[in-house]
Design a protein around this ligand. Structure first.
Ligand SMILES: Nc1ncnc2c1ncn2[C@@H]1O[C@H](COP(=O)(O)OP(=O)(O)O)[C@@H](O)[C@H]1O
Ligand SMILES: [Mg+2]
Length: 240
């Protein structure tokens, strides 16, 4: 079943007199439980597309349905509720709160759900354990390595079991070894709970974790590949 449906999506940024067409006219459907990569070089429009799917930015034109809800029509208040209910994020820059411990950072999404503290702490602790950080519960972000901080942010993204998880260059600041660890972790968790995972990356090795790779060039979908056994099959290609 389709969980995200996008039609005729266009995004134009205005910089003074200049117009930047970040997305031309994107049509895209993402299935429930799918692991999908938005792939392309820097400036191709990946983050713009992801941010609109997640309701962080409004399109210039076109429609975005997430779980049948037209997200581009929601108000800021409705969007906040919608994101809390269905969506998790992992960013390249971790976005942890520096003054809070790992446990407190991971508990945060549960506070917004109104869960009592004892239950929150228990759930956050279990999540940190799942990402291998049971010995770092009371460390603050600056007392941890980049890889550990990203694992905290993964625990935070997954703690309320979001239906859809968006990850924008989640391993952009990590070394090769940690990248593999972090990607395996994200993928295993998404599969375990049948979550839909949308990863943005410019790195072919990251793209390879996906069931489907959607290549963007200059704000357009130019290629779609699916995984078949260990081969990639191109199911759509558009020349410039
Ligand atoms: N807030 C913004 N204001 C103006 N231009 C932007 C803004 N965000 C992105 N762009 C431009 O839109 C294009 C696509 O950017 P982006 O989606 O960030 O690409 P990617 O994530 O693939 O690197 C780029 O040319 C970028 O400079
Ligand atoms: Mg980007």
């Amino acid at each position: 079943m389709a969980i995200i449906e996008v039609e005729g999506l266009r995004k134009v940024y205005r910089m003074g007199k200049e117009k930047i067409v970040a997305l031309k006219s994107v049509d895209l459907t993402i299935e429930e439980g799918e692991i999908c990569c938005l792939f392309g070089t820097s400036g191709s429009g990946k983050s713009t597309l992801l941010n609109m799917l997640a309701g962080l930015e409004k399109p210039t034109s076109g429609t975005i349905k997430v779980k049948k809800t037209r997200v581009e029509k929601l108000s800021e208040v409705e969007l906040a509720t919608f994101r809390q209910k269905y969506i998790g994020f992992v960013f390249q820059s971790y976005n942890l709160i520096p003054s809070l411990t790992a446990l407190e950072n991971v508990s945060l999404p549960l506070i917004f759900q109104g869960m009592p503290k004892a239950k929150r702490d228990k759930q956050a602790e279990a999540m940190l354990k799942a990402v291998g950080l049971n010995k770092r519960l009371h460390h603050k972000p600056k007392e941890m390595s980049g890889g550990q901080q990203q694992r905290v942010s993964i625990a935070r993204a997954f703690v309320n079991r979001p239906t859809i998880l968006f990850a924008d260059e989640p391993t952009g600041n990590l070394d090769t070894h940690t990248t593999i660890e972090v990607m395996e972790m994200i993928k295993d968790m998404a599969r375990k709970y049948n979550q839909t995972l949308i990863i943005v990356s410019h790195d072919p090795e990251i793209a390879d974790y996906a069931d489907r790779i959607i290549t963007l060039i200059d704000g357009e979908i130019r290629k779609i590949e699916i995984k078949k056994e260990n081969e990639r099959e191109i199911i759509y290609e558009k020349q410039a």
